[in-house]
Design a protein around this ligand. Structure first.
Ligand SMILES: Cc1ncc(COP(=O)(O)O)c(C=O)c1O
Length: 395
């Protein structure tokens, strides 16, 4: 067999192997695991969306290639309508949108559409690893902006060296942010737009969690900023919004050139999804109200955060996304050591923060998407177990 490409060796090793091993051991011994690891909505896709898929699947018009340039027309129109209704910004579905096989696919391929050897992507640390890995595989370099608690997990633009800004082509940001749950302000977006304009950089805003927000909070978007569309492309997803992670459906919007470049690459790689999926996605964007799901995450968030705070583990409630990001409470333990102990002593899975970058060391991520939880009772149980584990020093 031939050897794999050198490019493939750039993919970093799987950091959670040890956690996966201890988890498998605990499951084999019959332990009752509370898995706060992966962020994947536990409720099923709303039934009307599934019904629409069934209806569309029976329509022979969906049985052929989608030959449109950027995506299934009714889907892109529904996306534009949803964006205008949710964020008050009207964009043209025929030029400013592209359908994606989930936003991950688009975020990854954007690097391949823009990065040549010697080019730089500015990426968040901690952050979703897709931006970095694809930039490296495309032959580029990354400059990691440290996201610090004291700065609200926003990058400090003045700290980015001019030499880096000169060579940078892409600036990936992600708000609401995975893993910290941080949100962006309009002021930050305005500064980022100016920075990208000054340095001729494409601003890439990953908004996979755009509508997962609590206490009535509404996230701002970069397209609301004057000049935003001149320098930015934004990525949205139906995954978290409508419990559709397995359907693989998302869209990019914004700068027409950027959308075209992404689509140009994609048209040489994929031929879009089964159009019935796009039809069901259009139905969801037009009709589904996710208030009930958000209320459920909010209740879980409150039970977990209030509970942990009451036992002396100081955690901040996220305004958006479904992750609680908190400092390792046990003195002297790394993120990985703490997560291993938590799993062994309390049978709770949490993700060590260093899996998202060096700045995540000392932090832990806990997801609010727990299968089998009905009304927060498993989160209350998690707090009881953590209290009993002895891992949180007494107040
Ligand atoms: C920050 C972030 N962006 C993008 C994605 C990808 O979502 P999808 O490909 O399901 O749209 C995820 C998934 O977990 C994510 O956490």
């Amino acid at each position: 067999m031939p050897t794999r490409s050198k490019r493939l060796d750039m993919i970093p090793p799987y950091l959670f192997a040890e956690i996966a091993r201890v988890k498998a051991e605990a499951i084999a011994s019959g332990a009752d695991i509370i898995d706060l690891g992966i962020g994947d909505p536990d409720l099923p896709t709303p039934q009307p969306v599934i019904d629409e898929l069934t209806r569309s699947a029976n329509d022979p018009a969906t049985h052929r290639y989608d030959e449109t340039p950027r995506g299934w027309t009714s889907f892109l129109e529904a996306a534009a309508e949803w964006y205008a209704k949710t964020f008050g910004v009207s964009l043209d579905p025929s030029t400013d949108f592209a359908q994606l096989i989930g936003s991950k696919e688009g975020l990854a391929h954007l690097a391949w559409a823009y990065i040549d050897p010697g080019d730089i992507s500015i990426v968040p640390n901690p952050g979703y690893t897709v931006y970095k890995v694809n930039t490296l595989m495309a032959g580029g370099e990354v400059y990691e902006t440290p996201l610090k608690f004291e700065n609200g997990f926003l990058p400090i633009l003045e700290d980015i060296p001019t030499e880096v800004a000169k060579r940078a082509k892409l600036f990936y940001v992600c708000y609401p942010h995975n893993p910290t749950g941080a949100t962006a302000t309009k002021e930050f977006y305005a500064d980022a737009v100016k920075f990208c304009k000054d340095h001729d950089i494409l601003l890439v805003n990953d908004m996979a969690y755009a509508t997962v927000a609590y206490d009535g909070y509404v996230n701002p978007t970069v397209m609301q900023i004057e000049g935003g569309k001149d320098v930015a492309i934004e990525f949205h997803s139906l995954s978290k919004m409508f419990n559709m992670t397995g359907w693989r459906l998302g869209f990019a919007l914004g700068n027409t050139d950027a959308v075209n470049n992404l689509q140009r690459l994609k048209s040489n790689i994929d031929s879009k999804q089964f159009p019935a999926i796009a039809e069901a996605g259009a139905y969801a964007l037009k009709n589904v109200d996710n208030t009930h799901t958000i209320a459920m995450y909010q209740r879980r968030r409150d039970l977990l955060c209030d509970g942990l705070n009451s036992i002396g583990w100081q955690v901040t409630k996220p305004k958006s996304a479904f992750y609680v990001w908190s400092r390792v409470p046990a003195p002297g333990m790394t993120s990985a050591e703490f997560c291993k102990e938590l799993l062994q002593r309390a049978h709770i899975v949490a993700i060590p923060g260093n899996g998202y970058g060096t700045e995540g060391e000392g932090w832990v991520r806990m997801a609010l998407t727990l299968s089998g939880d009905k009304d927060g009772e498993r989160f209350a149980e998690a707090v009881r177990r953590i209290a009993a584990s002895g891992l949180v020093p007494a107040k």
